[in-house]
Design a protein around this ligand. Sequence first.
Ligand code: ADP
Ligand code: ZN
Ligand code: ZN
Length: 817
Amino acid sequence: MYFVDVILPIPVEKAFTYSISEAEYSFIKPGMRLAVPFGKNKIYTSLAIRVHQEEPRIYEAKEIEQILDETPVINPEQLNYWKWMATYYMATLGEVMRAALPGAFLLESETIIKRLVQTIPEDIELEDEEALAILQAFEGRTVLRISEVMQLLDRKKVLPIINTIIDKGLVALDQEIYEAYRPKLVKYVRLADSYKVEDKMHEALDELDRAPKQRELLLTYFSLQARSKKPLKAKELQAQAQASSAQLKALVDKGIFELFELRQDRISYKGADDTQVKNLNDAQSAALAAINASFEQHDVCLLHGVTASGKTEVYVNLIKSYLDEGKQVLYLLPEIALTTQLVSRLQEYFGNKLSVYHSKYTVHERVEVWNNVLNKQDKAQLILGARSALFLPFSNLGLVVVDEEHENSYKQYDPAPRYQARDAAIVLAYQQGAKVLLGSATPSLETYYNASVGKYALVELKQRYGNILMPENTIIDIQDRHRKKKMNGHFSEDLILAIQEALQEGEQVILFQNRRGYSPVLECKTCGHAPQCPNCDVSLTYHKHRGQLRCHYCGYHIAMLEKCMACGSIELDTKGFGTEQVEGELRQLFPDHNIGRMDSDTTRGKFGFEKIITAFEQGEIDILVGTQMLTKGLDFRNVTLVGILNADNMLNIPDFRAHERSFQLIQQVSGRAGRTQKRGKVLIQSYNPHHQILQQVSVNDYEAMYHEQLEERHIYKYPPFCRLIKITLKHRDFQKIEEASIWMGQALKNVFQEQILGPEPPPISRIRNEYHRNILVKIPRKQSLEKTKKAILKVRTTFSSIAQFRSVKIMLNVDNY
Ligand code: ADP
Ligand code: ZN
Ligand code: ZN
């Protein structure tokens, strides 16, 4: 009798045992995928972790369906890492497996496949009649479930054959359909270098005496360039000069004009034109040397460098040295959607060695990256990815760079494992004997604390690259401006003037408002009623553009009301404001300029984000309004002014990190201003101009913020002075959630006494018809985390054995960020 233990991608505690033949016993290696039956009629892809001969005692082992791999797809190091993650974040190995493996590795009976071709291409050989049968089954429909394929072929072993047609590119898994975004390549005109000297210019004009139309084109070019330094579109020039493309082409043929496509040239058009790694300046070189030296003593180094200090170039140089040694390097980013700029920058330096691991890529591409890493291929030596890239099968990792380490999108919320990718990266690196570089202009308090107590090394870059000054920050008291009647909508006169000035110079402006939609509350002027979401405890946000009231938690929406639901009055008022309203006011204030909006409403399409960034980079947008999406390390060359419309609402969020986060957000968004020659300006509007965080931001005093916040954390016992585990209970029944959370709170208090806070309803206490209750466990640094978790799990087990609580969902969140 031979057996194999497998992990199933579902939240069960234990591995399952299946029976195998003797031949299978000698073939199966840990890390291979096996298709196995589970439950009544389900097939799952599982992962073998051990073969043995011990018959399970409590159940009869079923037979496996199929071996899916010839060789292991995960390596032993990974399995170790998964085990750490499951234990540390109180998740199951199956949950970690589901998070770790690319979707394509996890075919199961409910998976949907889609046909990619209308007719079967002639040059594809389908040795198999069954493959043909599956493709024919698509007749008249676009998708099939794998379970339907099982019915069709009247057997369960269908995964291998589906895999063959996926490999041939005939079908794909539903969630994986890939649409490529091809940025529009816009043609621009510039004067050829040789004509930039005055003599040559006159010569050209003389030469064109007999071609008046071409001469006029050239003169129009000069006059447009005198007005604005923005790159000039070929189309625009033609329109202005009323010339034809043939006339423009004649000038290009004469070598007077050059055409270029901004998308490709955008990195080089302002100077740098080599694709070599840049030469670091003295400060950067010193930082690089200090980082390298610190790795003699420390595994983790924090690079604290102000915005635009050139951290990326330091990473690049460091990465290069690890790649030259033949090591693998992982470059982690908080959100991969926001990386267009960085990808092109890194591609220039590292070309083929760079692979991006990206949820937007096809099954194929992701599996390909996976396999390239597994086989230590050159082309996947440097991986750029968001948090899921931690799960790639590294075996030779030398360095992990965690860019913007303070970002809270490094935290995975749902589903489990609820891991913090920055912290998990440090463990991954440790297990692989690699080094970690954390980088930020506004480090998280925890990281800075770890650096100041010597647990991590600290290296600083205090100047912007090229000695560009930090932007000049001004706080504007909007209460005062209201009193003096110097407000126009949500804009102070100061801000309007600053915008006008920037626009006149042909520069661009970024405006930040931390809320999307038109306004978060619609209120009746007569009776005060404000429409609420029926499923959640929040008011509905007014979206003027769509003419809707929408819930930001569950997506519920209704058409905008014409009159109050409660009293019928037609006088409805909006309270508060979001990006849509700012955009609308801007259109009125600056009717002659192009205004763009970047928030999750406008970036929804797969490449919505890239489109807006590209349009902004190409100067098609003059003023960009947006939410915190704007803060993510973008490098725009022509932005000289950043405005923050209302700094107060972020400061008032009920969370012990609200002040720290506000500082980070404001500092990061300000950092987009004046990244080249000219000093940038930042205007911060607030009703609370004396708030200590705003004062600290305005003089760029990270350390003052750090010390003050740290003091508060100390007094109120929050991280880094203790650890937190948050337990969230959810249920549709109010009575039940009350009883259940009180029981759980009491049971925990019996063990942990005053270390327990709650149960408490969170600020939004009902979402999608489920009531939420939070219990917070504060764990002093000295207390064993392992024992604490054991005790919590024990309470949970007892809780779940109580019949009336069985349907209550429990979420465990370790190091709740
Ligand atoms: P950070 O990541 O610290 O905000 P970046 O790495 O984006 O800063 O650098 C800011 C700008 O300065 C970028 O446009 C970058 O190309 C430029 N830069 C930084 N270091 C150098 C260098 N050594 N040589 C040339 N340009 C540099
Ligand atoms: Zn009313
Ligand atoms: Zn809702």
